[in-house]
Write a new protein. Sequence first.
Length: 363
Amino acid sequence: MKIELDAPNVGELEKRYINDAIDRGFVSTFGPLVAEFEEKFAGYLNVKNGVSTQSGTAAIHIALHELGIGKNDEVIVPAATFIATVNPIIYVGAKPVFIDVDLNTWNMDPQAVEKNITKKTKAILPVHLYGNPCNMDAIMEIAGKNKLSVIEDATESLGSKYKGKYTGTFGDIGCFSFNGNKIITTGGGGMVVGNDEKRLDHIKFLVNQAREDKKGYYHPEVGFNYRMTNIEAALGLAQLERLDAFLSKKKSFAQIYRNELKKEPAIHFQEEYDGAESISWLTCATFESITDMDLLQKGLKEKGIPSRRVFMPITNFPPYKGFRNDIYANAEHIYEKGLCLPNSTVNSEDDIRYVCKTIKELI
């Protein structure tokens, strides 16, 4: 028995799709598979358009660029997230304005958003952390009232819904990741989605070095080499066919964790807003009675169980300490007490029950 934290689930279907792409000569950016993957992905989310990218980070970067966010602009972002959410803000020359998160959902606090809006604020960048949807009603209302763009970091939340609508489809642009540990993978890769077809067409132009094919190698704008390859898209098409099965398994794992550990009053799982349906990309919880999280992780590791600390607040990192404008008490607490538990779909339900049993013994 080998328990995995977030390993990809690939098999015969993926091999067949990739081999077929190779046999047809669709290895790099030439071929129809990228367009097919974009179309099917957009169709799944019920949006008008999708443009594939090199990574989730590239997706966020190109979204900021397309919306004209740059020097002297401010972007409101949660302190608790992965670094890839924030680095693209620096890439475009803007300033990240960090806010604390809600202690229960671990997501962007709408009240903190409102308090931090200034004349320089141009966008809100909500993160559906670990697959758990943000309060998009409140965020979109604030954005509309203040005429702000919304770029959703849905990189961890493919398949999550808020009031019946998929995450990544509320804002001006939604961004997804297909890294090896995500819900579905293309090895690397990402996607931007939206309903403004003119905007998405321009992004598609930009990610291909802003090249006008009708004039050969002619480039009227500064572009980016952010294209996805057809061999990656082949993997993505196979994974997309298995998405519903992956989501079902992750939800089942999340329910087992909650059922098995519900009698442990000092274990607090990430909660959902009313109307939200998390896909539990990773099932995460705070362990309030544990004073040394390293010791708990060590105990789990000795039993063959991998785990990962919750994201450290971004302002704790050297490049971002100068942007600290608050104490971010909730983000700090979640980091100090939080742990991500095994949730890869290569695991079995018995694996997850073993994890729960071990946690109870260790505590």
